[in-house]
Design a protein around this ligand. Structure first.
Ligand code: ASP
Ligand code: MG
Length: 241
């Protein structure tokens, strides 16, 4: 089975967490699955990079901000591929542009258009576990773009759609989608299943758990999205029709 999964920043916050994510992934590979892993920047890296760029110019050029911010995910991808290799799994990391993720030219908030290369499929066919840097792509000019805050979710669902994976697993720090923020409301209720429209409504009203565009893409291509905790076992929440 082809599995596309994504680990968010909190799931990769330090070496130990990266190692755990890699072990979980290596297990899937040993079971004979083809696995594409999308990674976010570690912890609060993106916030830090934005702050540091602001010290140079708070109104910095959107093109250069993308060139700079994309580095966070690129670093995670390299680390994750090394952790997978260390776990005995043949792995390769790819940036968004190496993977062929073509977007429009709206720097800082680009939309994924298409997967324009078969690089991922070729690596999978050679038995490699593929790690893709989330949140980034390349526009028609060949410039690096980013997909907006939280955009690694969208990278994962876009890859699941274009590669024909049936399900996309999103590993995060909460164990699913709740009707309200479970950190604020202890009586919040977790959904076992939620429809795309209801999920989109939650995402647009500010629920941070999924990027709204990933839900739009999931609905458009019929990709089932499963939100799971990296830290606690459980069924999570399935976002589907
Ligand atoms: N690193 C980016 C952000 O913090 C993208 C992501 O994590 O999905 O917004
Ligand atoms: Mg997120």
């Amino acid at each position: 089975m082809l599995i596309v999964q994504k680990f968010g920043g909190t799931s990769l916050a330090d070496s130990d967490k990266i190692r755990k994510a890699a072990l979980r992934t290596a297990r899937l590979c040993r079971q004979g699955h083809q696995v594409v892993t999308v990674v976010s920047a570690q912890g609060h890296t993106t916030d830090r990079l934005i702050r540091e760029a602001g010290e140079i110019d708070p109104q910095g050029s959107a093109r250069e901000m993308d060139a700079y911010l994309a580095a966070g995910e690129q670093m995670s991808a390299g680390l994750m591929a090394m952790a997978l290799q260390k776990a005995g799994c043949d792995a390769i990391s790819l940036t968004g542009w190496q993977a062929g993720i073509l977007t429009d030219g709206d720097h800082g908030n680009a939309r994924v258009a298409v997967l324009q290369s078969d690089r991922i499929q070729r690596e999978l066919a050679q038995g490699k576990a593929v790690v893709v840097a989330g949140f980034q792509g390349v526009d028609a000019e060949g410039d690096i773009t980013t997909l907006g805050r939280g955009g690694s979710d969208t990278t994962a669902v876009a890859l699941a759609a274009f590669l024909g994976a049936e399900e996309c697993r999103i590993y995060t720090d909460v164990d699913g989608v709740y009707d309200r923020d479970p950190r604020e409301y202890p009586d919040a209720v977790r959904y076992d299943r939620i429809g795309y429209d209801a999920m989109l409504d939650l995402a647009r009203r500010g629920a941070q758990v999924l990027h709204d565009r990933c839900v739009e893409l999931g609905r458009q291509y019929g990709v089932k999205i499963r939100v799971l905790s990296s830290f606690r076992p459980g069924p999570g929440t399935l976002v589907s029709d």
